[in-house]
Design a binder for this molecule. Sequence first.
Ligand SMILES: [Zn+2]
Length: 305
Amino acid sequence: MTMNPKKTKADWQAEQEHLDRIGKLADELIVRLELKAPIDPFQIIASEKPFIRARGGDLKNRCDGKLKYNKPQNVFLLFFNNKYDAGLPEGEHHARTRFSIAHELGHYFIPAHYKYLRHGGKAHPSSSEYHTHVQMEREADTFATSLLLPTHLVKPIIDKGITRQRLEDVARDFQASLLCTTIRAVRLSDEPCAVVGIRDGAIAWVFPSERLVEGGCYPRRSTLRSPTAVEQWEAFEDGSNERVEREGMLPDWFQLFSKEDELAEVYVAEHYLPIRIMNTLVVLISVEDEDLFPVDVEEDEPEEY
Ligand SMILES: [Zn+2]
C-alpha cells in the first residue's frame, strides 16, 4: 500500500474494507471451484470458457500481463509475460507468472473492471507486484493475492503463528512468492503485526493486520524513523542479505492518533527479510497483544500464574 500522508483514519478504514471485499470475491471463487493448493489459475480460466482465453509470450520488460476485450468475438484475451518461466519444465510457471495471471483475472472478475473493459475502456499494461499506484492495479493485486492464497486454506496454517519457516512452507506449497505470502499472512493474522516495505531508504508501503489497527496503530507517512531500520537499510545497500531480528519502538513505525502517550514505550520485534530482486527490504513487525490491549486485573482477586 502506498502511503498518502493526507490519509485520515476513516479514509484508511474505508479503503481497507473495500479491498477486503475484493479479496472475498477471489475467496468465493476458489470455494466454488473447489480448488486446492497450489491454486491453478488455468483451471479458473478453463471454468470461464469460452469467454476468456490466455496466451503466454515473452513480453520482455514491457509489462507482466494485459487483459483485452475483443468485441467482435465477445472474448477476453489474457496475455501474460512468461519470461520468468525460462528454464522451468513445460507447463510449470514461476510464482511471478502465476501472480501476473491471477492479477489479470482480477480485471476480469472484479465487476467494475469487467464493465470498464467491456465498454471500451483502454486495456492497461500491468506491472509487477505492488509497484503501482493506480487504484485498479491495487485492487487487482489484492484479488490476485487472495486467489493464490485463499483464506479458508491459508488462515488455519497462519493461525498457528507466523514464523519464518511457516511462511516459507506456505510459499512453497501454494507456489506464491515469499513477499506475497508474508503480506497475506499478516492480513489474515489475528495477532497485532504488519509488513513494511522499505525502498530507497523510505517506507514504500505498509500492510497492517486488523488486530494492529484495532489496537490504534495505523500506517504512518513515508519517512524512516526507526534507528534500527535505518541501520538495516544501510547494511542492505552495502549488499547484506542477512535476515536478522531486531527490536524497535512502536511509535517509530505507526501513526497512533489518540493513543500516542499510552503506547509511546511499547517495543516491537522487527524481522528483516531482504528481497534483493525487488530492491526492497521487507520488515515483519510484531507487537505483543497485551501491550496494545492491557488486561485489567481485578484488585480483590488474586492474580493467577
Ligand atoms: Zn492490471
